[in-house]
Design a protein around this ligand. Structure first.
Ligand code: HEM
Length: 328
């Protein structure tokens, strides 16, 4: 979704006689520096979400407590709340960086509020911040598991928390058996797919471009994980509707990007014809467009019909909760 030339790589010339560090490393270092204001904004957003979740728990309005009544104490479960807050800022940043990527790789808008180079830089910095936020979300969940497991020795506490959080298939409780591997899949794909940009001189621009487009899978897995497991969007009420609604512009931009890609070589053209793609690639591209169109229609149906997979709020607290802790 990024162009091959990074504007930040300009100005990397070193004085004669001094060895120049590889361009990839310079680009990563430069982007990490540029990501600082972005990361600071993400920390502020995370803090605000954390404060909101804490206040809702204290006031008795928390949906997390409605799903898991034993959690009715923000002072004890603050790490869990912080994990949730990082999850939300991570998802928000993922949304932003995917929208920027689709804007850059789809039909060129007639007018942009900022230059293309600036949009590209924002795409790269927000993507670095997203990966950091996703990692913080998972790490805080692991930290909460370590805190919770007081009855076992330290080594076992650390191992169980690590395995439940990071080893696919280890977490064996309720919805988490599916939802946790989805989140892990998103995190484990986000790291290489995001960072490959900085080694594209070694792997080749075409390989990088081909791999980078799978980054949309990271986003889909993240949203799926949240809809399946997030207790604050557990019930079929407005927060869940908003989450579904936010996917409409992503699906619309994805469809536009596939129908009218910025790169001439990705346009559909006649199958196997001159200047067109070979037949298998043509069918793959055609199928991609049909799937994106179907997803867009599906999203509209979900939002309009209200059949969004949300559970009904029970009149009494549930006897069991979806997450491992109280079932241990
Ligand atoms: C190792 C990977 C991951 C693990 C172990 C993990 C774990 C969890 C758990 C246990 C919950 C339930 C929290 C609740 O009670 O609501 C959750 C929710 C959530 N996760 Fe993840 N997750 C992972 C990856 C991700 C990724 C990549 C994203 C994308 C940004 C993400 C975003 C969210 C969001 C937004 C929620 C909803 C929180 C809420 O309802 O307040 N997670 N995750």
């Amino acid at each position: 979704m990024l162009s091959d030339a990074s504007p930040d790589e300009e100005g990397t010339a070193a004085p004669p006689g001094r060895r120049r560090p590889p361009g990839d490393r310079v680009a990563l270092r430069g982007d990490l520096r540029s990501a600082l204001p972005d990361a600071a904004a993400a920390v502020v957003v995370t803090a605000l979400v954390f404060a909101l979740l804490w206040a809702r728990m204290e006031s008795g309005a928390s949906d997390t407590v409605a799903v898991m009544p034993f959690m009715d104490d923000p002072g004890t479960y603050w790490m869990y709340l912080l994990s949730q807050a990082f999850g939300w800022s991570g998802l928000l940043w993922a949304w932003g960086t995917v929208m920027l990527g689709l804007l850059l790789s789809g039909p060129r808008p007639a007018r942009l509020p900022v230059s293309r180079q600036v949009l590209e830089r924002w795409h790269r910095t927000t993507s670095l911040t997203t990966t950091a936020l996703m990692s913080a979300h998972a790490l805080m969940f692991a930290a909460e598991l370590v805190r919770y497991e007081t009855k076992v020795a330290w080594a076992e506490r650390l191992w169980v928390a690590f395995a439940d959080t990071f080893v696919p298939g280890w977490y064996d409780s309720g919805t988490g058996r599916i939802a946790i591997p989805l989140g892990q899949g998103a995190l484990y794909l986000a790291i290489p797919l995001g960072l490959l940009f900085y080694v594209r001189h070694r792997i080749g621009a075409n390989t990088w471009r081909r791999l980078h487009r799978f980054v949309i899978v990271v986003y889909v897995l993240s949203v799926w994980h949240t809809l399946l497991y997030g207790t604050n969007v557990w019930y079929g009420e407005w927060p869940r509707t908003v989450l579904w609604l936010l996917q409409l512009p992503v699906a619309a931009l994805l469809l536009l990007r596939l129908l009218r890609p910025a790169r001439r070589a990705e346009r559909l053209g006649p199958p196997g014809g001159r200047g067109g793609a070979a037949r298998p690639a043509w069918w793959a591209r055609g199928l991609g467009r049909v799937v994106a169109g179907a997803v867009l229609v599906g999203l509209v149906v979900v939002v309009v019909s209200g059949r969004d997979g949300g559970r009904d709020r029970p009149t009494h607290p549930p006897a069991t909760a979806p997450h491992a802790q109280e079932t241990d």
